[in-house]
Every structure is written in C-alpha cells, then in structure tokens.
Design a binder for this molecule. Structure first.
Ligand SMILES: *[C@@H]1O[C@H](CO)[C@@H](O)[C@H](O)[C@H]1NC(C)=O
Ligand SMILES: *[C@@H]1O[C@H](CO)[C@@H](O)[C@H](O)[C@H]1NC(C)=O
Ligand SMILES: *[C@@H]1O[C@H](CO)[C@@H](O)[C@H](O)[C@H]1NC(C)=O
Ligand SMILES: *[C@@H]1O[C@H](CO)[C@@H](O)[C@H](O)[C@H]1NC(C)=O
Ligand SMILES: *[C@@H]1O[C@H](CO)[C@@H](O)[C@H](O)[C@H]1NC(C)=O
Ligand SMILES: *[C@@H]1O[C@H](CO)[C@@H](O)[C@H](O)[C@H]1NC(C)=O
Ligand SMILES: *[C@@H]1O[C@H](CO)[C@@H](O)[C@H](O)[C@H]1NC(C)=O
Ligand SMILES: *[C@@H]1O[C@H](CO)[C@@H](O)[C@H](O)[C@H]1NC(C)=O
Length: 380
C-alpha cells in the first residue's frame, strides 16, 4: 500500500487571484539506478568547491572520467515534493510534466513575481487548458536530499522522473486520481537533459518533448561552471539545511551571467531568482550530460527552444554555428531525433538561458503552445 501525504488543496483564497486549482503532493518513491562511483570527497569548504569547478571545467581534460572508478546500483526510498494543477473546469486529458533546471526548484514554472505574470503554469492551465505536474528534482528544494557525490546524480533523478511518470500514466499517483490520455514532458536546462534521457531509455513513455534552454552541444558547460561562482551552499543563509558538498552561486551577478540576457529582464526578478536559488551537487555536475549524447528513437513531436544568448548550451550565441548549413546550435539536435514525427528548433531572439523569467517569456510561451497545438497536442 502506498503511503501518501496531501497538502491542503488550493481552493478559497488563491482562487480569487487565479483560476487554476493546485495541490502540493508529497510522493514517496522507491527507485534504483546505476550510478557512477567517483573517487572524490565532498568539497568541504569554498576553496575545495572552487578547486572542484576549476578541475571540472578545465579545457582538454575529462575530470569526470579521471575520477570514475566504476558503477554501482544505488537504491532508496525518497520523498518527492510535487505540485499538480488543473483548470478551474477540472483535470485535462493532457498532462504536462515539468522538470526544472539547476539553481531552481519547481517554482521556476509558477513564478509568483509580478502577480504570476511570468508563470508558465498559469498560461498552460488557465489560458490553454492543460493540467500540469511539477516536481522538485531529487536532491533539491523540498524533495529528499542525499549524499552529493555518488547518490544525487542524473541517473537517480531520471529514475525518479521515470517512476513519477509511471504513476501518472497508470493513474496511481496518490492524490492525482485519474489517468491522463497524454503526457508531455517539458524540461528546462538540466530538466531538459533528464526529459530527453528518459525518452532515450523508454521512447514510449512520453507523447511529446518540449526541451527549453537546451542543445546537445556539450562544448559550453565550462562557461556555465566558470560563470556560476559556486561555493558551499550551506554557507548561504537560505540553504543552510543542505549537506556539506552541495554548491550554489555566491552572488546575484553569477545568477545574472548564467540566466539573464542583457536588456531582457526586470532587475527585481533577478534578485528574487537569486534569493530563492537552489543548489547543485558535484555528482550532478560530474554526470550532467545524462544520455544527451545518445540518439533517441522517440517518435513523437519534439521542440527545442533556447534563448539566442544562452550560455550553457550555446556559449552566448546560438546562431554562431560556423556552418552556413546549420541555422543554429540547437538545430543540430535534429540528427539525434530522426524518428520524431516533427522536430523543430526555435531560437528566442535576445533571450538568455532563464527563459521563463525574462521579458521574452511571452514569445517563448506562444511558440511552445503553438507547437503543441499544431502537433495534435492541444488541450480542449
Ligand atoms: C505548495 O508548496 C509551495 C512550495 O513550498 C508553496 O509556495 C505553496 O504555498 C504551497 N501551496 C499549497 C497550496 O500548500
Ligand atoms: C583516489 O584518489 C586518491 C587521491 O587523489 C588516490 O590516491 C587514489 O589512488 C584514488 N583511488 C582510486 C581507486 O582511484
Ligand atoms: C567524460 O567521461 C565520462 C565518463 O567516462 C563520459 O561519460 C563522457 O562522455 C566524457 N565526456 C567527454 C566530453 O568525452
Ligand atoms: C517521507 O515523509 C514522511 C512524512 O514526513 C516521513 O515519515 C518519511 O520518513 C519520509 N521518507 C523518506 C524516505 O524521507
Ligand atoms: C503504476 O506505476 C508504478 C510506477 O511505475 C508501478 O510501481 C505500479 O506497479 C504501477 N501500477 C499499475 C497498476 O500498473
Ligand atoms: C558545438 O558548437 C560549436 C559552435 O557552433 C561548434 O564549433 C562545435 O563543433 C559544436 N560541437 C558539437 C559536438 O556539435
Ligand atoms: C536514425 O539514426 C539512427 C542512429 O543514429 C540510424 O541508425 C538510422 O539509420 C537513422 N535513420 C534514418 C531514417 O536516418
Ligand atoms: C507581463 O509581462 C509582459 C511581458 O514582459 C508585459 O508586456 C506585461 O505588461 C506584463 N503584465 C503585467 C500585468 O505586468
């Protein structure tokens, strides 16, 4: 028998300002994954944290391979904090499964700043009629935390996403109470890597992939690492509860460099994004690519949508391919997804990596919902 815990469903007060009906659900899962075993102690202070970044980002080296001493099966019981939202009129037959990226939690999708003006969930649910399911990735936010080198890695997190998707597919997620006809996986950044990886492992698990802030060019991860200004997360007052070894950006300008493009953001939203920022583990950074270097047999529609000035996936310029035959760096994903019923790459003009929090979110969202609509995935 599955145990479950339900937070109060949102009726009443919240319904005065927004029509969507959301509930927070803590989902217990039992998962296992084949994780890497890295010969590394958790960075114990800011000097060790910085040494780790300098080693990992160094040109001409593969530090991950240097540390890898083998693989092991990691199994465990974890609690995943999730939010399920439905339109006012009731659950949709199409559910979007939203996986956030590094430095955020599930709040990335439903950002309350400026009266939820930036909220992807508000658009998806209230304007377009989808149900949405967002989760704090394993290790992050209100989900279970874990050991930061050999436990919290991309492989275990993809196992968590797979388990949650299975529960949603077969209608047995506690509190979700129904089966959905279709599931669309929407990711941002590391969440896109996990959504892509999930569909490489099990191509029939999803009906559509929306990969935001993404490409399959791994050349620019060092830019992201150097820009991030990573220090011990638990030296920051907002992240004191995290185990030693978890890393987070030291200052607001680090968040700006990695997520916000010049001229495309409200300075106040930058402050909010930084002050609510979440950490990352060295284990995640050592395994960050997941299976994004592997071609996918996924047969449904795929949209890759990335800001023109994205740092981690384009080095600050998605149009600088150096190849007149290649329109953009994200367009090179097409060769990895040759079974897709419809592959498109869209570059959001002037946007940075943190798409949902920039002024250009209006363009980003309309592109996503147009794409879903024209690929038979409109909610009605
Ligand atoms: C759900 O959890 C989020 C994150 O902790 C919180 O901001 C929000 O108020 C919660 N909503 C409800 C209905 O409890
Ligand atoms: C682990 O790293 C230490 C120090 O870098 C090294 O002395 C040791 O040989 C390594 N162990 C393995 C199994 O690679
Ligand atoms: C680095 O090494 C890891 C572990 O062997 C491997 O999975 C990864 O593909 C390598 N990365 C590059 C860029 O070669
Ligand atoms: C999950 O949360 C419940 C309720 O807080 C707690 O009793 C249980 O020990 C937690 N499980 C794990 C694996 O953390
Ligand atoms: C539903 O999915 C979960 C997770 O994949 C699985 O453990 C469970 O057995 C499934 N239940 C049914 C009725 O298929
Ligand atoms: C990544 O993009 C750069 C710049 O466009 C290009 O030179 C490089 O060949 C690409 N690498 C891969 C693996 O596609
Ligand atoms: C699709 O890609 C796979 C793997 O790269 C390759 O084996 C296959 O021949 C390709 N199919 C088509 C139709 O191009
Ligand atoms: C919401 O954001 C858009 C895009 O930045 C802007 O045009 C609009 O004025 C904002 N609306 C409110 C109510 O702030």
């Amino acid at each position: 028998m599955r145990r479950f815990m339900l937070a109060l469903p949102v009726f009443g007060l919240v319904a005065l300002t927004t029509a969507k009906k959301c509930s927070n659900i803590t989902v217990p899962i039992s998962i296992s994954a084949r994780n890497g075993v890295f010969n590394l102690s958790a960075p114990a202070n800011n000097i060790e944290a910085t040494n780790f970044v300098l080693n990992l980002a160094q040109a001409g080296q593969n530090y991950s391979a240097t540390l890898l001493s083998g693989y092991q099966t990691v199994s465990g019981d974890y609690n995943i904090s999730t939010t399920l939202c439905h339109p006012d009129s009731g659950p949709s037959s199409i559910l979007q499964v939203l996986t956030h990226g590094i430095a955020f939690d599930r709040g990335y999708w439903d950002f309350s700043y400026n009266g939820y003006n930036y909220s992807y969930v508000n658009q998806a649910v209230d304007k377009y009629g989808y149900s949405t399911f967002s989760w704090d990735r394993l290790g992050v936010g209100e989900s279970s935390h874990g050991e930061p080198i050999n436990e919290i890695q991309v492989w275990l997190e993809v196992a968590a996403l797979s388990s949650l998707t299975g529960l949603l597919r077969n209608g047995s997620l506690p509190g979700a109470g129904q089966k959905y006809e279709k599931l669309i996986h929407v990711g941002h950044s590391f969440g896109s890597i996990q959504s892509y990886t999930l569909a490489v492992i099990n191509p029939s698990i999803s009906d559509g992939l929306i990969l935001t802030g993404f490409s399959q060019n791994g050349s620019f991860i060092s830019d992201f690492l150097y820009a991030g200004g990573l220090i011990e997360a638990n030296t920051l007052s907002s992240l004191q509860e995290f185990p030693t070894g978890y890393l987070a950006s030291s200052d607001v300008s680090s968040a700006q460099r990695n997520f916000f493009s010049p001229g495309d953001f409200d300075p106040d939203i930058l402050s909010v994004a930084y002050s609510t920022g979440q950490p990352v583990t060295p284990g995640e950074l050592l395994t960050i690519g997941g299976l994004s270097g592997v071609p996918s047999e996924f047969a449904g529609p795929v949209l890759v949508i990335t800001g023109e000035r994205d740092i981690p996936f384009c080095g600050g310029n998605c149009l600088a391919t150096g190849d007149p035959g290649l329109a953009s760096i994200p367009m090179s994903s097409k060769q990895f997804l040759n079974a897709s019923s419809n592959f498109e790459a869209y570059i959001v003009p002037g946007a940075g990596h943190g798409l949902n929090l920039e002024y250009s979110h209006v363009t980003t969202y309309s592109q996503i919902f147009d794409f879903l609509g024209k690929n038979g995935l409109a909610a009605d």
